[in-house]
Write a protein of this length. Structure first.
Length: 537
């Protein structure tokens, strides 16, 4: 019987990927049991004792090895693997007394209760990991019953009993208190934008609400992206918009036309139309949340029609693609943009290309901020999140903001080379080029409180603020070197105006309206000249 139990322990250790010394120790124990049961005289007493010592040395470290040799610690898989290994060890302990007479039925109480205790810990760990509220409280009751059995069957040291009682009663008391703690906000896609969890003014009193909003926003953005973005062919470095696709972002419908641009259908041949291509990133594509929200290129087209009343059609094509940098857009220029025969290109780039400025920025080390994880005890989950955020801010926050290097360094970066390539393409094809600096919710004049607010979604926000300063300097310098370029300063009434953003870079409808107003004011004179009846273009 004991040999069968030992064989089961070895099989369980193999299934749990136990380290080979532990498996060898369990196998040696099983072999000793088999020899002892078949013919005790076959194994000399000294050899039996030496083999038993070796088996114990190999076997005793087994219960803790899963947490040191795998990357599954503190995960459900880690708990299950650890429980399997510990259970195998408990079984081995039950067959250790080779050649010792059995001490009666009571000798099985210790391994049985040890196994049950680890099973109770696994129960609680599973319920905690999966946020199973009812299962967690049931596990507390089961462990309380096991503790009572331990006290009845064994003489435990007083400090162990006191510690176990304190932990279990604390869990139950926290559960009672937790009944009066309001749950985290459940974000309804129809109400999320109205409640403005993204707003610094609205959410600064409840950082947890903003953390929940950010996770929900990213989730919604990814769902939309999967429906309208597809893997690119070999001519592009990243993904591209799927022609003819449709999706939604919160309440706002998203449509990609047959040419692969966001917006209504347009003809490949422009005819008599004056075409403006808005080249950019997700900030040009449009982070539109409400049913009536519109990207800024569409707003700009409306302003041109309503205020200038041109005699010829004017089309503003939204060529913004989420995740694209200026380098990515240069790759698609010849294939997608130039065949449209644009009269004007407005380039609004910034955030996605900030890595191209790395050589001009001081090095920054850090990692992503912790995310809020719902748990059966909401009070503990909140405290855990806040403690992790405090540690994160202490550990990874840059205490000083070094000044960016001189503009001469900026003009030698990859970003500068990309802008020069865009300028050359516009000059070669006779296209008016409009360059603009980039606006964000926080800038170098923002208070530390505002900057910290955005760190949960943008852990390197301070570095990105520095990069934006350099980018603005770069664009302005490029424009000065080429007088034919129309430079538009988007910073007034937008940069650092956090109430006009839903995160660090994506704007609300008011922010997009302001950006469209700024672009209209910046190109109005050029448009009046180009659209004049006397102008033949």
């Amino acid at each position: 019987m004991r040999a069968l139990i030992g064989g089961s322990a070895v099989a369980m250790s193999l299934r749990a990927n136990c380290p080979w010394p532990g498996i060898a120790g369990l196998g040696l124990l099983t072999a000793l049991v088999i020899i002892g049961e078949l013919s005790p005289s076959m194994l000399p007493s000294l050899a039996s004792k030496v083999a038993l010592v070796i088996a114990c040395v190999l076997t005793l470290p087994v219960p803790v090895t899963p947490w040191f040799i795998t990357n599954e610690s503190f995960t459900l898989e880690g708990y299950i693997r650890g429980y399997q290994v510990v259970l195998a060890w408990v079984v081995a302990v039950s067959i250790l007394p080779v050649g010792i007479p059995t001490a009666g039925p009571g000798r099985w109480k210790l391994p049985a209760m040890t196994s049950a205790g680890f099973a109770g810990v696994l129960w609680l760990a599973t319920a905690w990991s999966y946020n199973l509220r009812d299962g967690f409280y049931a596990g507390l009751l089961v462990n309380l019953a096991l503790l009572i059995l331990w006290k009845l069957w064994f003489h435990l040291p007083a400090f162990i009993v006191l510690t176990a009682n304190t932990l279990l009663l604390l869990g139950i008391e926290l559960g009672v208190v937790d009944l009066f703690v309001p749950p985290p906000p459940r974000l309804d896609p129809h109400l999320a934008t109205a409640r403005k969890y993204y707003s610094f003014e609205a959410a600064k009193k409840d950082p947890l609400a903003f953390a929940c909003w950010w996770d929900y926003f990213v989730e919604q953005w990814l769902v939309m992206s999967k429906e309208v973005i597809t893997a690119a062919d070999h001519t592009l470095p990243s993904s591209e918009l799927r022609p003819g696709s449709h999706s939604r972002l919160f309440d706002c419908p998203i449509s990609i036309n047959s040419l692969g641009f966001r917006g209504r259908e347009i003809a490949r041949e422009k005819g008599n139309a004056y075409r403006i291509v808005a080249l950019g990133e997700s900030t040009t594509f449009g982070c539109t949340l409400g049913r009536e929200d519109k990207p800024w290129p569409e707003l700009l087209e409306q302003m041109i029609h309503q205020r200038l009343k041109p005699r010829r059609p004017v089309e503003v094509i939204n060529a913004g693609v989420p995740g694209y940098s200026l380098e990515d857009n240069l790759y698609r220029l010849a294939r997608d943009i130039l065949p449209l025969q644009p009269d004007m290109i407005i380039a609004y780039h910034g955030y996605n290309g900030f890595p191209l400025l790395d050589e001009s920025l001081p090095p920054v080390f850090g990692k992503d901020p912790p995310r809020y994880q719902p748990r059966p005890l909401r009070l503990v989950a909140k405290a855990d999140y806040r403690l992790k955020m405090l540690y994160y801010r202490w550990r990874y926050t840059t205490r000083s903001t070094p000044q960016p290097r001189q503009s001469s360094d900026v003009m030698t970066t990859k970003y500068a080379r990309a802008y020069r390539d865009l300028v050359q393409a516009a000059q070669t094809n006779g296209i008016r080029l409009v360059l603009a600096n980039f606006s964000m919710a926080a800038n170098s004049q923002s208070t530390p409180e505002v900057v910290d607010f955005y760190r949960s979604g943008f852990p390197l926000v301070r570095r990105q603020i520095q990069a934006n300063v350099l980018h603005a300097r770069l664009v302005k310098q490029i424009s000065r070197q080429h007088p034919e370029i129309c430079f538009v300063d988007t910073h007034p009434h937008l940069d650092g105006q956090h109430e006009r953003f839903v995160d660090l870079v994506h704007m609300t409808q008011k922010g997009r309206q302001q950006l469209a107003e700024t672009f209209f004011a910046g190109i109005k004179t050029v448009l009046e000249q180009d659209l004049s009846p006397r102008t033949n273009k």
